[in-house]
Each structure stands twice: as C-alpha cells, then as structure tokens.
Write a protein that binds this ligand. Structure first.
Ligand code: IVH
Length: 699
C-alpha cells in the first residue's frame, strides 16, 4: 500500500489541510477511546496518526494550531481513571432484614425450580459468609496472571485501578497451580478496624483528611491517582465470587472458595456451608453475636445457593441474582435532639419533611439529618421540634427517626404543623385521596421541582454527567443558564457568547468549565434505558426503564406506543399493561407523562440534541429468539413459569402476558386456555414446550 506523501513534498496549503484533518481524526478517536470505551482503530494506527501530525508540525511550525493534541500535556486525561467495562455485570444483592424475608428467599427458590417445587424434601443448601463493609473489586486473571482490576462503578463499567490493586499484598500477581484461561474474580477491598484507627491518627497528625469509617477509608485509599499512596495504606481483600470465566470454575460455591484458596487468594475464614434455612439462620445469629469482636466491619450475612447449576438456572432479576441475598444486621441506633424540621420539595412535587439533628455518631458515621417521610409519620409518632429522638442507620439507607424519647420532652412544645403550601413557590400543596404525600401544585412554575428533575437527569444512573453535582445545578438555575435538561446541551454554545462565561463565575475556572463541557458533550449519545430512566417519570426506576427499553427497542417506538395508549381501549394500552412486571398504575404514569404538553416540548428539545442508542439485548443476540415476543401459557412440564420467562429474557426475548399481533411465539403447556385460540386466529406460531426448548437450545 502506498503511504502518504513525504512531509517535505507538501505545499503549505496541503499541509494545513492535512493537519486540520488529523486533528479532527485524532480528537474523534480520543473520544471513542476515552469516553465511549470503544476504540475504532488499533493502537498502532492511532500512533501513526499522531506521528504524522508531529512530523507535519515539525516541518511547518507556523501551521501548529492551538487545539493540536500535540500541544496537550500527556495523551491521557490528566484527572481520574480510565474506564473499564466488566465482561459480566457486577450485580448487587437484594436485602433481607427479617427472618420472614429469608423464608421468602428459600420459598422463591423452591417455587422457581420445578424439581424443588415438586419435592419439598430436597434441601436447599447455601454458602453463608459475612457481608464485608468495603468496596467490591473485579480482578481479571489471564492464564493465571493478574492483568487488570476495576472498581464496581455502575455495575457495567468501573474505574481501572489495576496499578493500585497490584499493590495489595492479598492480591497475587500470579495464581498458584492450574487456572482458567481467563477469569474475573470478585471480592471486597476493606480496611481492618485497627488499621483504620491508626490511619486516621496519622492523617490527623499530618493535617490530612480524616475518614468517616473503614469503608470510606478503603475506598479513598484505593481510588488514588498515585499507586504509591495506595501501597502505603493497609488495604486487604477477601475473594468471594466470579464473573466471566472461560470454564465453569466449580460445581458449588463452596468448591469455588476452595479453588480460590488454592490459587492463593484469601477467602473469609468464617464462610460456612449451611444445609438449609435453619442452619442459615443459626449462622446469622452466631455471627451477629460475634460482630463487635471481628477485626473488620460487616453489615450482615450473604447467603448464596451452593449449587452452581441452580445458580445459573435461577439467573438474575433486574439487578440482583435470584440465587443470593444479603441478610442484614439490625440498624445501629443513637439518641439526639431535633433542632428543626425542614420541608424539601422533590422532582414530582412531593413535600418531604427532614429532621435537622444535633449531629450524633451512629455506627461510626456522623448523622445530622434524617428523613421523616411524610406528615402522617410525624403525626403518628408525634415528632416535635426540640424532641429527643432515636435515630438509626441501616447500611446505606438514609438515616431514620425511629421514635420520640417521651420522658425527655420539654414542656411548652407544640405538635408540628405541616405546611399546606409549597415552601419554595408558595403554591398550594394538596394530598391526593389515599396518598400519604402532599404535593406542590406549582408544577412547572415551582423552581424546586425543576431543580430536582435536572438533578435526577444528570445523576449517576441517568446521564451521569461527571463534575455536575446538585449544587452546580442549583447555581446554573439561579444564574439563569438553564431552565430544563435540554439547556445543558446548549450551555457551551451559550457560554461562548456570554459576557460572564462559566470560567469567570464563582467556583469555576478555565479547566473545570472546559471539562464540564466535554463531559456534557460525551453524553450526547445515550443508551435507551438510561434515557428513559433520566426522564424521571413517576414510579419508573432503573429496572422498569430497562423493561421498557427491552420491550420497545427504540425511543420513537416507546413514545408512539405511550401516546396511542392514552386511549384505554387501544391495543397499545393493552400491550403496555401486558408487559410483565408493569402494572396499571405505572402504565398510567407513563401515558400521563407523554401526554403532558410541557414534557413533550422538553422531549422534542432533547431529541434535537441527542442520539439515543436503540436497546441492544444484553446477551446472546445470536439466539433465534433474541428480539422476539413470546407468551407462555398453560402448565409446563420441566420449567416453572418464572424460570421459563427468565430464560427467554436472558436470551433477549420479550415476554408478555397476552397474545397480540406483535407476538412471535406462543409456548403452550398442558391445559392451555383461550390464548391458543387467539394465537391461531392471528396466525401466530404455537410451540409445545419441547419445541420451544429445542429452539432455544439450537437443536
Ligand atoms: S456476593 C452476585 N459476597 O455486597 C453476588 N458480596 O450488596 C455478588 N459484599 O457489591 C456479591 N461481602 O460489594 C458478596 N461475601 C460477600 C460480600 C459481598 C460484601 C458486597 C459487594 C456487593 C454488595 C452487594
């Protein structure tokens, strides 16, 4: 292949044109690499572009441009870590607080797996171990060699902290003995209590930051830009799970822990195989009694179904596996005084009372505010300003006020009068029938609602705009820079013409402003499920947003369906309500959102600015059922309905409850009813259970 002409042979005009092109190309590849994690060319090709540009600039120094990447210091972003996608998502766990939640866990496993449902005598063994209060990490080993490590991040993508993880003595650079070709090993990075106290003492003496608890200290120590700092911190590691692996590493969770140990990774010495529910609860009680004496913080017990084949069949619901659960310890409590009760206005206008407390330490963390939920809770508990109250913290949950210490009440106090108007915009605040919440009726004119909507829009699980926190949103609104979410994308253009550009405003500088604009620009392309979630439709959380994304595939389809569904007699409404996991109430909120004229304006403005990526089914697009709509009916012989649905969804199929023109397959078990007739009428393929299994197993 012919290379580009030698630099010496170019005229200045040709050189200038090529320099321009190279700068644009390099910037594009930088974006693809650093922001979208999706390089489009090899490292060698990229280096060649940079070298060519350098050669041109050396030969034509008067053509060097200010925005040339060669003028930037260092190729990598100077701040922060590179992103690293996990090969398998890092899941979270459902929480259980009461023994009845654990009963339900075992019962749901039994209901899900047909042979367990049919034979109650088969015991369900679990592996139980302490839930370490640290931060999880994902270690990738290839041919037994540590090649990379990342934080959990949003579960899909974390931060590449390889260099820092390498400094932990507990993390071997090489696994002992035979190891899989590639394996992701998951575990918890934590700091022992004694090490935490010593570190804080040293920090204090050096006039450095004090950490609130061992978990924060561990997180702060791991997320250091200089690995030498991490190396100086006493971080430890327990391994407990795996993600992607080129082979099945073990048949049981217990066996997997043995393998981990064999490889030279620390596993928690208190891990224990429990034969059934009773043994699990005994373990939990014993550990609760021992908790205070352990050398590290724990906040509960994790139970994992021991058999790996059962784990795989149980699969994942929304964000947490069906085969594991965290059984939390009771919350830690303390007493303090309520100094005031503030009323906050949320993005949907709900007025939430918040107790402002005389700061108190609860379980190692200083608590200064606690939610009071709503006016009924205040009335029921008769919580008054000036009262002594018991506050509690349960894990990451916002601190709560459990109750009033009646004997400490001072004379002359009054019951709290809940406001009947919005404290922010003054509009009337009303209670819908049967609802506990009082809502501001100010809607669009209420600045608090606008602010909260934008904060939700930019939050981590939504647009995740780095460097744009709640306080910034408040000041942008105050300065009149934005009114709604779409204005964020016009911010940079507006700023160029502004007499007071962002860099000149309080709290901002040249670099931070430029970074913010880059962070916003990076989010002009957004995944469909994140976009739906970001809209802040009442009741539509991440899991439901994902359901909608899977079901409709594209935003235009969702919008059209939601608009048509305003007619409750329409097929569109039936289809929406028929999405498994959605109810009439949620469907109603979706329809109302898309019908509201202001929301439509906001949507149109956003669509002008954004590219919304159609939803890609997460797994096995190659499956013949990916993207197909499936309905199950009747009794299946080998699978419970839930397992059948979950498996279909894992292969990228949509599962709905009713047959319509959009249905691709009706899978009919024994005693199937009217759905078969309807499918026949519509000419939809009807499969027996065996035919369906053959289809998904590719036989
Ligand atoms: S297992 C699919 N085991 O808890 C199961 N998690 O709430 C993956 N954690 O993100 C997690 N100790 O950071 C597991 N022994 C343990 C754990 C543990 C702490 C954390 C982990 C996870 C979070 C979920």
């Amino acid at each position: 292949m012919k290379g580009p002409p030698a630099v010496e042979r170019l005229t200045p005009i040709e050189a200038a044109a090529e320099i321009d092109r190279l700068i644009k190309d390099i910037a594009r590849h930088d974006r693809a690499y650093y922001q979208n994690d999706a390089p489009r060319i090899s490292d060698a090709e990229y280096d060649a572009l940079r070298q060519r540009l350098a050669a041109l600039e050396a030969h034509f120094p008067h053509l060097v441009k200010a925005d040339s990447p060669a003028q930037r210091v260092g190729a990598k972003p100077a701040q922060g870590f590179a992103k690293r996608a996990h090969r398998q998502p890092m899941l979270s766990l459902d929480n259980a607080f009461a023994e009845s939640d654990i009963d339900e866990f075992f019962a749901s496993v039994r209901r899900f797996l047909k042979e367990l449902r049919d034979d109650p005598a088969i015991p369900i063994a679990v592996l139980a171990e302490p839930k370490i209060d640290g931060l999880s990490a994902n270690l990738t080993y290839e041919h037994g060699v540590f090649v990379a490590g990342a934080t959990r991040g949003d579960g899909e993508t974390g931060e590449d902290v390889s260099a820092n993880l390498r400094t932990l003595a507990d993390i071997p650079a090489r696994l002992r003995g035979a190891a899989p070709e590639r394996i992701e090993i998951r575990g918890e990075v934590y700091m022992a209590r004694s090490d935490f106290l010593a570190l804080n003492q040293a920090q204090e003496q050096a006039g450095e930051k004090i950490f609130a608890n061992p978990r924060n200290a561990a997180a702060g120590s791991l997320r250091q830009l200089d690995p030498a700092v991490t190396a100086s911190r006493p971080l430890r590691f327990f391994a407990y799970a795996w993600g992607d692996c080129t082979e099945e590493p073990a048949a049981t969770q217990w066996e997997f822990l043995e393998r981990l140990q064999g490889w030279g990774l620390p596993v928690n010495p208190l891990a224990k195989r429990c034969a059934d529910r009773e043994a699990s609860l005994d373990y939990w009680r014993a550990l609760a009694a021992e908790r205070a004496d352990l050398p590290y913080d724990i906040d509960g017990v994790v139970y994992k179904i021991d058999r790996v084949d059962w784990q795989q069949r149980l699969g994942v619901a929304a964000r947490a596996p069906r085969w594991a659960i965290a059984h939390k310890f009771p919350a830690e409590k303390a007493q303090t005084r309520i100094e005031a009760i503030d009323i906050q206005v949320g993005r949907t206008g709900v007025l939430t009372p918040v107790a402002i407390l005389n700061p108190v330490t609860v379980g190692g963390v200083v608590v200064a505010r606690a939610t009071l939920h709503n006016e009924d809770v205040i009335a029921e508990k008769d919580i008054r300003v000036g009262d002594w109250v018991i506050v509690q913290r349960a894990g990451d949950v916002i601190p709560q006020v459990v109750g009033v210490v009646a004997e400490k009440r001072l004379p002359g106090s009054h019951p709290f009068a809940f406001p009947k108007t919005c404290p922010v915009c003054g509009s009337r605040a009303l209670r819908d029938e049967g609802m506990a919440a009082r809502r501001c009726t100010g809607g669009l004119i209420c600045p608090a609602q606008a602010a909260e909507r934008i904060k939700h829009f930019v939050s981590r699980d939504a647009f995740d705009i780095e460097g744009l926190g709640g306080k910034h949103v408040d000041s942008f609104l105050e300065w009149g820079l934005i009114k709604g979410p779409a204005d964020l994308f016009a911010l940079e253009a507006l700023d160029r013409q502004s007499l007071t550009p962002l860099r000149a405003r309080e709290g901002w500088g040249e670099l931070s402003a430029r970074k913010l604009f880059a962070a916003i620009a990076a989010k002009r392309k957004i995944a469909l499920d994140r976009f739906i979630y970001a809209l802040g439709i009442p009741q539509i959380g991440q899991a439901t947003a994902r359901l909608l994304a899977t079901h409709y595939g594209g935003f235009a389809q969702l919008r059209e369906a939601a608009e048509k569904a305003a007619d409750r007699e329409s097929e569109a409404w039936k289809a929406l309500v028929g999405i498994h996991g959605l109810g009439e109430k949620m469907a109603g909120d979706i329809v109302a959102f898309f019908a509201e004229p202001h929301n439509r304006q906001v949507l149109d403005a956003l669509l002008d600015e954004l590219t919304i990526e159609p939803f890609a089914p997460p797994v096995s697009v190659s499956s013949p059922v990916a993207g197909k709509t499936v309905v199950f009916t009747g009794t299946l012989a080998t699978l419970t309905r839930d397992e059948a649905k979950a498996r279909a969804q894992a292969l990228g199929a949509k599962v709905t409850d009713s047959v319509s023109r959009k249905t691709d397959y009706l899978v009919a078990g024994a005693d199937a009813g009217s759905k078969v007739a309807k499918a026949r009428e519509l000419g939809i393929a009807i499969l027996s259970e065996a035919e369906w299994l053959a289809l998904i197993q590719g036989n």
